[in-house]
Write a protein that binds this ligand. Sequence first.
Ligand code: EPU
Length: 416
Amino acid sequence: MEGGQRLRGEVRISGAKNAALPILCSSILTAGECTFHNVPVLNDIRTMGKLLAQLGCTVEGERTVKISAAKLTSLEAPYEMVKTMRASVLVLGPLVARHGKARVSLPGGCAIGARPIDQHLKGLEAMGAKIALNHGYVEAKAKRLTGARIVCDIPTVTGTENLMMAAALARGRSVIENAAREPEVEELARVLNKMGAKIHGAGTPVIDVDGVDELHAIEHAIIPDRIEAGTFMVAAAITRGDVLVRDCLPEHLDAVIAKLRAAGAEVTAEKGGLRVRAKGDLTAVDITTQPYPGFPTDMQAQFMVLAAVAAGQSVITETIFENRYMHVQELARMGAEIHVDGRTSIIRGKAKLSGTTVMATDLRASASLVLAGLVATGKTEVLRVYHLDRGYEKIEKKLRPLGANIKRVRVKGREQ
Ligand code: EPU
C-alpha cells in the first residue's frame, strides 16, 4: 500500500461473520434444509462449512448457503479444525441437543488470550449433559437435555450461543442469566425462533428458552457485520475522508459512533447507511473495551491507529482479552508511540507514521496494520494477510474504489 489518500465514496458491508458462524451451526438442530442469505465469503465461513460437511451435513453455495443436517455421519469436531478456528466449538450445543452426543477438541490458547470454554460446559452440565475431558477432547452425552437455570460467571458470546442452541431442544424451560447481549446473539435467537424455538430476552442479560421437540427448516438473510462497518468508518476518519458505509445497522454501532464523534469525526445517518467525514485533526479518545453495548474489543486495534494519529494522549484499556495488543509492536515500528502496561496502553498522538514491512498476527490486528498503511508515508507491506481474510471480504477490493492505493501481491519466496 502507498498511504496518504483521502478515502471518498461508498462501501458496501458484508454479512456478519460472528452471526453467520453460529447460524450455520444452528442447522444441525433440524433435519430440514436451511437456506441462509448474505453469508460473508470468508475463510472462517469456509472452515465452518468444511467442519459441517465432515459431520455429514450437505453444504452448498457461498453467499447463499444451503445446509442439510438430515443424516449426520460423525459427531466429532477434530483438533485440526478447532485449532484453526475456535468458533468450531459452536457445534457442541447443537450436537448434544439433537444427537445426544458430541466430541469436540478443546480449543487451547490462542493469539489473543487463554479463552477457556468452562462456561459452555458448566451450562451444558446444568442441563444434564455428562461431560468428560479425555485426550484433549470434550465428550458430552445426554439422552435429552433438560431445561435449567444457568448463571454465567461472565457474559460470553459463543457460550451464550451454544447454550441457547442446546436449550432450544431441551425438555422444559431454561433461563440463561448474565447472558451476552451482542447483536449476533440476538440474531441467532431470531433464526432459532424462525425455526420454531421459543426464546425470549435475547439481547438482554436474561434469556428464557422454552424447549421444543423439533425445529424446522428456514430461510434467512444475515445481518451486516458491525466490525467491518466500524473498520471502514475508522478508515474514513483517519484519512480525513468522506465515505458512506452502506448496508450497516447504525443501532449496532452506538459505542463506535460515539468515540468517532468524540475524536472529531462527523458521523451522520443517511439513506442506506452511515456517512463518516473528517476535516481537521482528530483528537485523542480514551477507550475501555466492554461486552456489548460497550465498546467492542474487536474494534480496539483499529482505534489504536486513530489514537496514534490524533492530537493528544489517549488511554486504551482492553478488558476482554488479556493478550490483545499484538499490533502494538508493529504499529510502533511504523512510528506510533505506544506504552503498554498490562491491560492499559497509553498512546501519544500526532505520530507521523511511515510505511514499512509489518506482520499480521491476528484478524483485528491485521486490520489495524492496513489502516496504519492508509495514513503512513510511503510504502507499507502487510505480511500474513490470511489473518485478514478470515474476517474481511477482500478488503483491498473494497478500499480501492474509495481511492486507496492498495493491492494484494504474491511475492515468491516471501511469507505472505
Ligand atoms: N471466557 C471464559 N470462559 C468461557 C468463555 C469465555 O472465561 O467459557 C472469557 C474469555 O476468555 C474472554 C471473555 O470470556 O476473556 C469473553 O469471551 P467470549 O466467550 O465472549 O468470546 P468468544 O465467544 O470466544 C466472540 C467473537 C470474538 C469476539 C468476542 C468478544 C465469535 C465467533 N467470536 O468470541 O470475535 O472478540 O466474542 O466480543 O463470535 C473476531 O471476530 O475477531 C473475534 C475474536
